[in-house]
Design a protein around this ligand. Structure first.
Ligand code: DCP
Ligand code: MG
Length: 660
């Protein structure tokens, strides 16, 4: 009997097809979030600050070490963890538990010692005079990111189709720096090109005109996993002996790339990291934490249910905050496995439709959020709280010198010397009984350097003193914002340097226009409204680390704000009589000083959110159903481990959620 005779063919003779289609494979090439064949990696450095210190001090990996900030621990290496040392105990307790532990204090700036940070043996006793610097860790983080990109680029250029997908372009496609020590990588297009090279039968042929036809099956009955790959156990009804499908092959190639990336980070910089690989960000992030340190975990599609079933849903991205708490109280459980047995209809009786559908999907491993290359940093802030408060201009200026140096160091890293970017506004925040801030433009005619920032900061401080009520001051901070793009955006280098009259008038404009005006009066009315509006502020707020006992102000660096309006929506700049550049806003037709453009855009963004909020609140009222909870709240928290990452704004590809 021949299998070519369909009438007489037995089921065993039938040509087996993959459960995946040409269309789904093609979507992999495009990095689409819609294909089940996606390959997303999450890489997280092990005990990051502690490793930075071990590398700097040249210590062997088995030396117990913790990084301290005053009496608190902020990172603990894996050699110290078996002694019961965690971030939740103090330095003294750690010393007791492990007398040989190295307790390395973070680098600090010191009042009166200029603007250079240094490692000092006595920093931990000097909270009054020292200010933490995270510069060493930021610098290591940048090196690691570069190594990761270089390795990915090596893969790209080795692949015939890979060149279109380059990881080192200015804003790396497919690579999202999620925090100082973690990145998401969308490996999909790269995996696609490797797969096509290795399995030419995947190339669409003329017979495959039907894009929804199944792919030929993989030419193997067993996946050659590397012994270093930790595979999450399969779901109950799945068996390892079953033939693999293309989703397994996607993970196999992804795991090979991730292993190479991790090896490059170790070989070149001597850092270990852990990784998770899965079809989406949520699963990849959970995966990377599973087998720390120095391991990678693969969550195959056939293992997702088993994997997620063991978690509390409050451990899932987006469910770590308020939303998770509310779902816990509504359903009386934190376990994914309990919630899996709740039908969608029942979720809808307690949650609005969007939230119910999203939750129903996410606990089944469905997350379509994109890997977003981060937008550029939009502001930099350097701050210090004083206990006891300070009382003199001399003391304040010593700190302003440190803030200026701190911010300048970060501007240099951000490309200010190469004219890639420069800030246009400098702001001094000052707290006595109440908080106030004053800001002035940074003259476009001057090169931005430490001295200029210091001089401008002193000018602002003098204004605060002239206003009165400057002392006792309990907190002082300096920030720069309203960044201007330079040559990287095809602007000539001189684009920063205005000439002749224009430069002169702008530098005049940089002087305080009205030294006696209250700080808030210098802000556009829109800005004031935004600042006053608690409803909106929530969306911009970034929750602090919550698992750390450290109550600190040091070197806080605001995350980049979402880019609210594309430049295309703005009319071209116009110049008013004062020679201060203005433009007419394409949305509200108001005339806006260029220097305030970012704030103005932010204001529109905030207004849009506010409108959206109101609209959603109205929708919710209309669709209202009985609920167990009388509270009304919005599930925008994205707190991850350590409370990081809570940005409020939903990611692209995700819906904002609302409770009823
Ligand atoms: N960090 C901090 N305070 C916290 C949490 C973290 O200062 N409450 C800093 C120090 C960490 C770094 O951020 O080294 C990265 O945070 P992680 O949560 O990734 O923790 P680690 O990298 O230290 O350990 P792990 O191996 O669990 O990732
Ligand atoms: Mg880490």
């Amino acid at each position: 009997m021949s299998s070519e005779d369909p009438l007489n063919a037995s089921p065993n003779d039938a040509v087996k097809r993959s459960r995946y289609t040409h269309r789904q494979l093609h979507l992999l090439r495009q990095g689409s979030t819609a294909t089940p064949l996606r390959a997303i990696a999450h890489i997280d450095l092990d005990a990051f600050y502690a490793q930075c210190e071990m590398v700097r001090l040249g210590l062997p990996r088995d030396t117990p070490l913790a990084v301290r900030q005053w009496e608190s621990l902020i990172a603990v290496n894996y050699a110290a963890r078996p002694f019961g040392i965690t971030r939740m105990i103090t330095a003294a307790e750690a010393r007791k538990a492990c007398p040989n532990i190295v307790l390395q204090h973070v680098a600090t700036f010191r009042e009166g010692e200029g603007g250079r940070w240094a490692y000092r043996d006595d920093s931990f006793k000097n909270i009054k005079t020292d200010k933490v610097s995270l510069d060493p860790y930021r610098a290591e983080s940048r090196k690691i990111l570069k190594t990761i990109k270089d390795e990915l680029d090596r893969w790209c250029t080795n692949e015939p189709d890979g060149e279109a997908h380059c990881f080192t372009q200015g804003l790396s496609a497919g690579l999202e720096k999620a925090s100082i020590d973690e990145v998401f990588i969308d490996l999909s297009p790269l995996v696609y090109s490797v797969l096509l090279q290795r399995y030419p039968e995947l190339r669409p042929s003329l017979q495959d005109e039907n894009r929804d036809a199944g792919l030929p099956p993989p030419p193997t009955t067993a996946v050659p996993w590397d012994p270093e790959d930790f595979l999450v156990e399969l779901d109950l009804h799945e068996r390892e002996e079953d033939d693999p499908d293309w989703d397994d092959m996607v993970m196999l190639v992804g795991a090979e790339i991730v292993r190479a990336v991790r090896r490059a980070v170790w070989d070149e910089l001597k850092y270990t990291c852990s990784a998770g690989l899965a079809r989406n960000k949520m699963l990849a992030k959970l995966g990377s934490a599973c087998n720390k340190p120095d391991k990678q975990t693969v969550v195959r599609n056939r293992a997702v249910q088993h994997f997620l079933g063991g978690y509390k849903f409050t451990q899932i991205r987006m469910l770590g905050g308020k939303l998770g708490d509310q779902i816990t109280s509504l359903f009386g459980t934190e376990q994914v496995s309990d919630l899996l047995s709740v039908p969608l209809e029942q979720l809808r009786t307690k949650l609005d439709d969007h939230t119910a559908s999203w939750l129903y999907g996410i606990i089944r491993g469905d997350d379509r959020s994109e890997v977003n290359p981060r937008t550029q940093i939009k502001s930099m802030l350097s701050a210090k709280s004083f206990r006891p408060s300070i009382n003199s201009v001399g003391q304040a200026e010593k700190w302003l010198r440190i803030f200026a140096a701190d911010i300048y160091g970060r501007l240099v890293e951000d490309g200010v010397l190469e004219n890639r970017r420069r800030p246009r506004v400098i702001t001094l925040h000052h707290r006595t009984a109440q908080s106030r801030s004053r800001q002035i433009p940074i003259p476009a005619s001057n090169a931005v350097d430490e001295n200029l920032l210091f001089e401008l900061a002193k000018t602002l401080m003098r204004q605060v003193i002239t206003d009165g009520q400057a002392w006792p001051c309990s907190n002082l901070s300096l920030s720069v914002s309203s960044f201007e793009e330079g040559v990287s955006k095809n602007k000539a280098i001189e684009g920063f340097l205005l000439r002749g009259d224009q430069a002169k008038s702008l530098s005049h404009g940089s002087r305080p226009r009205d030294p006696n005006a209250a700080a808030s009066e210098q802000l556009p009315p829109e800005k004031k409204r935004k600042t006053d509006d608690n409803g909106i502020k929530r969306f911009f707020a970034q929750p602090p680390h919550t698992d750390s006992p450290v109550v600190d102000e040091e070197s806080a660096q605001p995350q980049p704000d979402p880019d609210p309006i594309s430049a295309a929506q703005r009319s071209p700049p116009e110049v008013h009589g004062s020679a201060m550049p203005y433009y007419t806003c394409g949305r509200c037709s108001r005339s806006i000083a260029e220097l305030e453009s970012e704030e103005h855009d932010d204001w529109h963004f905030a207004k849009d959110l506010e409108l959206q909020e109101r609209q959603e609140a109205r929708d919710v009222q209309h669709q209202s159903r009985p609920t167990n909870s009388s509270s009304s709240s919005r599930g925008t928290g994205t707190r991850g481990r350590g409370g990081r990452g809570g940005r409020g704004k939903p990611e692209r590809g995700q819906m904002r959620l609302a409770f009823q």
